[in-house]
Design a protein around this ligand. Structure first.
Ligand code: FMN
Length: 208
């Protein structure tokens, strides 16, 4: 084994070990709204955290002592829209990660189509195959950077046509999501999938 005591490592090293090891990470393209207009930015410290009600989280680190626009906006309007990043919109997502000054609308910079949300004030990106309108439940400040961990409740689900069937099964292949790997430009697609049934205690597999 190669071993490290975290106490002996700097923050940048621990970051490299985390993002190189926790892979692939889903990517949330998050839109928010503040006094200076709409904002969009991708975050791969992202996941679902519960389903009653549906809840998601993402984590935003300050950069050079600056609180990112996403967090500044959430402080003004505690609502956001999470978009799942598909292969088709990866280049536009990447433009949204540019550290533009506050007030620049990355949705427009990237050439995305901005549409009104149903239940929250921040706009939705039409090109994203999946979008969750969310209200903030809680924000936690963590660590020295600090990181702002945002937990939100999904209040409205959007899917492009043909992704969800009448029994609410989602066809992940039709979403064609990309995931983030370690390194500066590492990403993956889900083109090599397999299925493994869930095992029952005492033998057999869980149906459905
Ligand atoms: C794929 C991808 C994933 C990212 N994940 C994170 C993340 O989890 N946390 C974070 O603080 N920044 C992350 N970033 C960087 C932010 O997107 C970037 O700092 C962005 O400009 C912040 O925008 P804002 O100031 O408009 O909120 C990521 C960038 C990319 C391209």
């Amino acid at each position: 084994m190669t071993e490290f005591d975290a106490a002996a490592l700097g923050a940048q090293t621990q970051y490299k070990l985390l993002i190189g090891s926790i892979t692939p990470r889903p990517i949330a393209l998050v839109t928010t709204l503040g006094a200076q207009g709409p904002n969009a930015a991708p975050f791969s410290f992202f996941n679902g955290v519960g389903s009653d009600p549906a809840m998601v989280m993402f984590s935003v680190g300050d950069t050079g002592g600056r609180v990112k626009d996403t967090i500044q906006n959430i402080r003004e309007i505690p609502e956001f829209v999470v978009h799942i990043v598909s292969d088709a919109i990866r280049d536009k997502m990447n433009i949204c990660a540019v550290e533009y000054p506050r007030g620049v609308n990355e949705i427009a910079e990237a050439g995305f189509t901005q549409v009104a949300s149903r239940k929250v004030r921040p706009p939705r990106i039409a090109e994203a195959p999946v979008a969750f309108e969310c209200r903030v439940l809680q924000t936690l400040e963590l660590g020295h950077v600090p990181y702002h961990l945002v937990i939100g409740q999904v209040v409205y689900f959007h899917y492009h046509e043909g992704i969800v069937d009448e029994r609410y099964y989602v066809d992940t292949g039709k979403i064609d999501p990309i995931g983030r790997l370690g390194g500066r430009g590492g990403y993956t697609r889900i083109t090599d999938r397999f299925e493994m049934p869930r095992l029952k205690l005492g033998g057999g597999v869980v149906e459905g």
